[in-house]
Design a protein around this ligand. Sequence first.
Ligand SMILES: NC(=O)c1ccc[n+]([C@@H]2O[C@H](COP(=O)([O-])OP(=O)(O)OC[C@H]3O[C@@H](n4cnc5c(N)ncnc54)[C@H](O)[C@@H]3O)[C@@H](O)[C@H]2O)c1
Length: 421
Amino acid sequence: MPAFEHDIKDVSLAPQGKRRIDWAEREMPVLRLIRERFAAEEPLKGVRLVACAHITTETANLARALQAGGAEALLIASNPLSTQDDVAASVVSDYGIPVFAMKGESTDTYRRHVQTALDFLPDIIIDDGSDVVATLIKERPEHTRNIVGSTEETTTGIVRLRAMQTAGVLTFPSIAVNNALTKHFFDNRYGTGQSTLDGIIRATNILLAGRALVVVGYGWCGKGVALRARGMGANVVVTEIDPIKAVEAVMDGFRVMPIAAAAAIGDIFVTVTGNRHVIDREHFAVMKDGAIVCNSGHFDLELNLVALREMSEAPVQVRPFVEEYRTNGGRRINVLGEGRLINLTAAEGHPASVMDMSFANQALSVEYLVKNKGKLGPGVHLLPPEVDQEIASLKLRALGISIDTLTAEQLEYLSSWETGT
Ligand SMILES: NC(=O)c1ccc[n+]([C@@H]2O[C@H](COP(=O)([O-])OP(=O)(O)OC[C@H]3O[C@@H](n4cnc5c(N)ncnc54)[C@H](O)[C@@H]3O)[C@@H](O)[C@H]2O)c1
């Protein structure tokens, strides 16, 4: 078996990374409780685990919890631009967990790290976007029989897993962590809402008040971005392809129109659809001079940057994470973070308080897979609803908030049908 050392930028960054991991940990009380229980019970003893995730302070705390549970873990990045190099250094040197991730790694290096993850011969895969699982199935099908299961962090990954299931190639159970309510209600909405704007502002230092900000896709992430952008005074326009989501956006008080119309009036564009080329050549062609375009969906293909390159001079980097494309007509279009998740490229991803719940779901999903080894059929599974309830209760407790419980009379009423008008 090959040696699993690490491939990170600079191990001497570890002290700063450690301080930042500790800072995040203060905001992650639910994950801390799980880590403490894991340390006492070691439910993951002997498990080999690969986590393909954004290498951030919060992921470091997830790795600590998994390690406390007895797992032997290896981490790789789930995006070439989202790694926090100081965190990678601390995870390697303070916690002895191998990490293969560097901010700005090439696509080839990213793919090489996916291969390293598979060389580790994991029992369990924590995936974010399904690149590890898809590569395993495509390139090493003989190894799939060793897999106890996988967990999937994001909407796009689950879309891919369901496609694998339909194609009959997903031969092990995969937990759709994203679909837990304590994940997407909070992470996708409030996490992406805040951190996407944080990324745009850090990259550009632009004032949002009074600007026309176009949100492409009014799903969980889109709702959060639209809500928070309005809170900062932006004039929010929503584009959708789903009539229900479009009506919801209208009733939430936003202007809704096709992207072809929005393209001509937007100052700032944010895509959050999980779909391909939602901003395409013809939309770039009508944008205003100075338009700012970014993506906060999982993959960079939401923007057709190939088309933009074809219709422009070579882009010029005008600030970190801002590339200015001058189109044939002389208009300037500013693309942020190479079209990759702007909240992780130019900012630090979601705040720890929200990742506390997402990663509590991850840790408990891994435990669930181990406990139910051999009992879950192949395909996409949800975590049991009690786990969601438990995570929400722990979060409330950590926030010092108590709520009511049903009285005996109310319980009886809710389970009967005889009382009416
Ligand atoms: N930036 C982050 O940190 C972060 C966090 C969570 C999820 N994500 C990613 O963000 C993306 C969206 O996730 P979500 O949970 O909001 O998904 P979702 O399914 O709730 O919402 C996506 C929305 O996009 C709409 N859509 C699809 N094609 C469109 C098009 N051509 N034009 C306009 N709208 C279109 C869909 O109708 C849907 O309402 C996914 O790729 C997900 O993996 C990113």
